[in-house]
Write a protein that binds this ligand. Sequence first.
Ligand code: SF4
Ligand code: SF4
Ligand code: SF4
Length: 191
Amino acid sequence: MTDAKGTAARMEMAKKKVLKHIKVDLDKCIGCRACEMACSAFHARPRFSSTNPARSRIRVVIDEKNDMYVPIRAGDYTPAECTGRHKYTINGKEYNECSFCGVSCPSRDYFLEPDSGLPLKCDMCEEDPTLEEPWCVQVCRCDCLTFAEEEDDREDQPEKRDEMEIGLESLILKHGLDKVLDMVARMSSKG
Ligand code: SF4
Ligand code: SF4
Ligand code: SF4
């Protein structure tokens, strides 16, 4: 391969997105909540300065009907509960409609930063240099959580929205644009 062709191939590889997954084996979860503690500590500022499961981007939901622990990671934010929810039946047992849902929504107090009320979202512990495995996976001693990566072959991916944009949108939906603009003006006048 010529140098120019080699460079083009490397650039093509670098352009390909890697999809990161955390696989969950519900049979192995013992509900120890180590994943919640680790996630909140990793996202504390300064890092690892505190632990508070309420700030975690993974929460262990207890499915009361089935006496089962369901670790779920925070996904997208929505201002309203969904309608027409799913009911799951697995091995003859029926599961609560929200048991497997990672959406940050008003149906429960999960995935909302307790002080600011801003939605939290799992960021796969992304930092530079990249962690070998996200923290929740590293601390899960029961192998309930396992990490996997694969190349994303899908084309025309929608642009990813960052945490600040999602947070601002949630504040505007909750309080209205005028109030948020007033607040920003007040804060900037304080310097
Ligand atoms: S650390 Fe693992 S076993 Fe413990 S609650 Fe989290 S997922 Fe379950
Ligand atoms: S948590 Fe429940 S109500 Fe909210 S979006 Fe998910 S399934 Fe719907
Ligand atoms: S991958 Fe990282 S950010 Fe996501 S839930 Fe696990 S510890 Fe939290």
